[in-house]
Design a protein around this ligand. Sequence first.
Ligand SMILES: Nc1ncnc2c1ncn2[C@@H]1O[C@H](COP(=O)(O)OP(=O)(O)OP(=O)(O)O)[C@@H](O)[C@H]1O
Ligand SMILES: [Mg+2]
Length: 250
Amino acid sequence: MVILEISGVCFRYGSVEALNDVSFSIDAGEVVSVIGPNGSGKTTLLKVIDGIVKPVRGAVYVDGRSLGRYSRRSLAKIVGYVPQRLNIQPLTLYDFVLSGRRPHYVLTPTARDREKVVEALKSVDLLDKADRKLTELSGGELQRAVIARALASEPKVLLLDEPTANLDLRYQVEVLETIRKLTKSRGITAVMALHDLSQAMRYSDKVIVLHRGKVYALGAPEEVINEKVIEAVYGVRATVLRDLKAIVVL
Ligand SMILES: Nc1ncnc2c1ncn2[C@@H]1O[C@H](COP(=O)(O)OP(=O)(O)OP(=O)(O)O)[C@@H](O)[C@H]1O
Ligand SMILES: [Mg+2]
């Protein structure tokens, strides 16, 4: 079942063409990695899907409905967004994750809202730090906190912008495995911008390669991540070790 459809999307920041005629569709439960060099349009694509920026042309459909037909609140219930950069607020970790439940309750959070917060904190291994202030967390803990906030809202689509960027090796693997597990157990669809091509190969069902705002390639990781594409898009000669799912730059 198609959960996300992007159709002919174009977006510009003034004269900078950030997305140019981008089209693809994603099935429910898939993990999709968006890769491509700095400035290729990954963050912009995620922002378009989350309705933060509106395309100048084309349309985005979530769960069969055009984005324009969702209210901000109803979209926030089904699309969770983990940004590349976060403005730290003066909150405890618990209250920050609880803010992810905001689209679900009217005046005050219910027992179910609190349950979901605990569940989300557990899934990123941060429950023991629930009372800490955000300013007292390490970079990696903060990154996991943002993922927990997005999970707390029980999204159908989870958008993650470089979710492993601040994490040590162990948590890179844990976060990516958590994302994979959630997609398989709860049918959540994850779309994540990644820089690490090995991670993209290992953890995704589908890979989208962006190059200068266009979809350069799209398909199964082993089809898309190859020497030719890497050279054309990154300008780097590399060998893909398929058995190890590793990329060695020559
Ligand atoms: N707020 C902005 N105003 C003007 N131009 C912008 C803005 N944000 C991004 N751009 C430009 O749009 C293009 C796409 O940027 P985007 O942030 O989507 O790239 P990205 O693939 O996420 O890059 P990175 O890997 O560095 O995060 C770039 O040329 C960038 O300079
Ligand atoms: Mg980006």
